[in-house]
Design a protein around this ligand. Structure first.
Ligand SMILES: *Cc1c(COP(=O)(O)O)cnc(C)c1O
Length: 394
């Protein structure tokens, strides 16, 4: 297929729900991507947070290849070894409880919302936060505190209230006799890399305990080592009642997972919830390989160290360019707030061979693979330096 044919096919046969850059990729390895012209790009935003291990991690490929030869699918009315192993592994690294497997972040959050409602037995209100993002399905969308995603889709399911992030007083005011859960991302990803304050999170935990309210932490983007710990909540010294995972857990293959604390884990009994493909053998083998690689290759330490290095370098750029307002984040989840439109910077970085993202108009988002090297960071910084210089002169 020629380039033009590809673009035309998309135009003619694929719904226009995404804004796409005119790049066609054919191959990936680690933090590198090759396009159809064999041009190499440095990928510092691999798959919206899917690529924590970089592209085509050899251990994930091997695990998938081995499993696909034996058994591709077995439905959830039977057992298989890999689901058992993956569930045990996730619980081992998180907190005592049980998991529910599905296929995406939105689906994991839907499961959390359903569990909360069952648990509530009449209480059904969930407090969420402004600028949050929890997915595109109707329930997850109702939980998402950003009107621009919701426009034109009413009526959304009721029972969601979004209040100001990091504002305990607003949360307290929003709680009433119908409140059953508080749901948040510890670092709002789509919201612009807004980090939850420690005191705020501790206070939420206390509030939930006192009022018999579930604390749901959406770790779809922050999870699986992104922030330098396997799960972001581990930075805060709290345990969620429910944690949702997806994006990078499958090493590039689709998986969603709801992790529920032991006390609440049997709330959804047989027949109350399901997902046909959830926790199939192939994806479980991939996720097991991901978790193993993170431990064996010391990727949490690398994420921490490279995160520090990246912040250092970005702060140097901040001193140099007044268009950078703030550098914030945790580990390798980084936002650079500008006082100009960030989209132009993203476009120019692509021209220089660096893939990054922007969100909330003025925030550049950088989330390199956890196995990123100093050399690759230096390369990315060099490109950013060139592009920022260009936009500063104007
Ligand atoms: C991406 C994302 C989701 C939605 O995940 P999908 O797999 O696209 O449904 C939910 N929550 C957060 C925090 C996300 O970043």
């Amino acid at each position: 297929m020629k380039l033009e044919e590809i673009f035309n096919s998309y135009q003619d046969y694929i719904m226009p729900t995404y804004k796409r850059f005119p790049l066609v990729f054919v191959k990936g390895k680690g933090s590198r991507l090759w396009d159809i012209h064999n041009r190499v790009y440095l990928d510092f935003f691999p798959g919206w947070g899917v690529g924590n291990l970089g592209h085509c991690h050899p251990k994930v490929m091997q695990a998938v290849r081995n499993q696909i030869k034996k058994l591709i699918f077995i439905p959830n009315n039977y057992y298989h070894i890999l689901q058992a192993r993956l569930a045990r592994e996730i619980i081992y690294w998180s907190f005592p409880g049980k998991v529910f497997f599905c296929n995406s972040g939105a689906e994991a959050n839907e499961a959390a919302i359903k569990l909360a409602r069952r648990f509530g037995q009449g209480r059904y209100e969930i407090i969420t936060f402004k600028n949050s993002f929890h997915g595109r399905t109707l329930g997850a969308l109702a939980a998402t505190g950003q009107q621009r995603y919701q426009e034109g889709f009413s009526p959304l399911p009721e029972g969601f209230k979004s209040v100001d992030f990091n504002d305990l007083k607003k949360v307290e005011e929003a709680i009433n006799s119908k409140t059953v859960a508080i749901m948040l991302e510890l670092i709002q990803g789509e919201g612009g890399i807004n980090v939850a304050e420690k005191d705020f999170v501790l206070a939420l935990r206390k509030l939930c305990d006192e009022r018999n309210i579930l604390l749901i932490i959406d770790e779809v983007q922050t999870g699986i080592g992104r922030t330098g710990k396997l799960f972001c909540y581990q930075h805060y010294g709290i345990t969620p009642d429910i944690m949702t995972l997806a994006k990078s857990l499958g090493g590039g293959l689709p998986i969603g997972c709801m992790v529920v604390r032991k006390e609440f884990a049997d709330t959804l009994g047989p027949g109350t919830h399901a997902s046909t493909f959830g926790g199939g053998p192939v994806i479980c083998s991939a996720a097991l390989a991901v978790l193993k690689a993170i431990q064996k290759e010391g990727l949490l330490r690398n994420a921490m160290e490279m995160g520090k290095y990246l912040f250092l370098k970005l702060n140097t750029l901040k001193d140099k360019y007044s268009i950078i307002k703030e550098v914030r984040g945790m580990g390798l989840m980084v936002g650079i707030e500008l006082n100009i439109e960030a989209e132009r910077i993203v476009q120019d970085c692509i021209k220089e061979g660096l893939l990054i993202n922007c969100t909330q108009t003025k925030v550049l988002r950088i989330m390199p693979a956890l196995n990123v090297t100093k050399k690759e960071i230096n390369q990315a910084i060099k490109i950013l330096d060139i592009v920022l210089a260009k936009h500063t002169q104007r």
